[in-house]
Design a protein around this ligand. Structure first.
Ligand SMILES: Nc1ncnc2c1ncn2[C@@H]1O[C@H](COP(=O)(O)OP(=O)(O)O)[C@@H](O)[C@H]1O
Ligand SMILES: [Mg+2]
Length: 243
């Protein structure tokens, strides 16, 4: 994903007609590869995660949802960061809006808290009131029940995860997700942090279906110590090995 400083909309970098060509094109490639991998494997519920904070997970979730919605897919994004809800910030949703935490603690019904972000064409389940026990809620039987029921109504359910997700919480979502997308920010995550994120996900039996190289700055690429096997969307490496 090309680095983009322009076109900040609500501080999220939405790939639209005004965005740089490379940014929009990169999301089209992500969408195409995402469709190939998910449709051939019947994957529906995908977590978007990263090794370190602020690599661009929430931006990727929103832009991926937007580009899938543009091609007619019925997409839901869920903010699983109940401590600091990133999607609410970018989508201008009030922190008082009920959401996932309220549903998981049986205070709200799913149908009352999921709504369409009308100008972007996808649906959102906000994080909800900040609970004292977010990890416990994510690990609850209720979470499984909620996701299974949402999967009936949507083509894709994309989960935006908290910053430290891979370290502490991966295991708890193992039962509910079909796979993970690892967002890797150019010159931000180290090779060792990426490796340990990959290992944590694998230990938790969460299949990495692809990786997105984000904030890619072509000017810095030649001096980079990055392994360029990480394309902006590497294909299913559990099957084909790292490309
Ligand atoms: N492709 C990109 N180019 C430039 N800045 C980006 C890009 N993607 C994300 N950012 C910026 O990086 C910061 C973290 O992004 P965010 O999506 O909130 O990360 P996370 O959800 O992983 O914490 C934000 O300031 C965001 O605007
Ligand atoms: Mg975020």
């Amino acid at each position: 994903m090309a680095k983009s400083k322009k076109n900040e909309r609500r501080r999220v970098l939405i790939a639209n007609k005004k965005s740089p060509f490379s940014y929009v094109e990169a999301y089209k490639t992500v969408r195409t590869n995402f469709n190939f991998i998910t449709q051939s494997n019947e994957y529906k519920t995908i977590i978007v995660t990263s090794a370190t904070p602020a690599e661009g997970k929430s931006n990727v979730v929103i832009n991926l949802a937007l580009s899938l919605a543009e091609m007619g897919k019925n997409v839901l994004v869920i903010d699983c960061d109940m401590r600091k809800p990133g999607l609410s910030k970018y989508l201008n949703i009030s922190l008082r809006t009920p959401g996932l935490s309220n549903v998981l603690s049986n205070q709200s019904r799913i149908e009352d808290v999921v709504f369409k972000v009308s100008d972007l064409g996808f649906y959102v389940l906000p994080a909800g009131a900040i609970p004292p026990n977010p990890s416990e809620l994510l690990a609850s039987k209720n979470m499984e029940r909620v996701i299974r029921s949402l999967e009936k109504d949507f083509d894709y359910v994309l989960l935006d995860t908290p910053p430290a997700f891979v370290v502490s919480d991966a295991l708890v979502l193992e039962k509910v997700v079909d796979g993970a997308i690892l967002v890797i920010a150019h010159r931000q995550a180290t090779i060792s942090s990426i490796k340990s994120a990959k290992e944590s996900l694998e230990k938790s039996n969460i299949k990495i279906i692809g990786a997105i190289l984000n904030k890619y700055d072509s000017k810095q690429s030649f001096s980079s110590d990055y392994n360029y096997n990480y394309d902006y969307y590497a294909s299913d490496y559990s099957k084909e090995g790292k490309r």
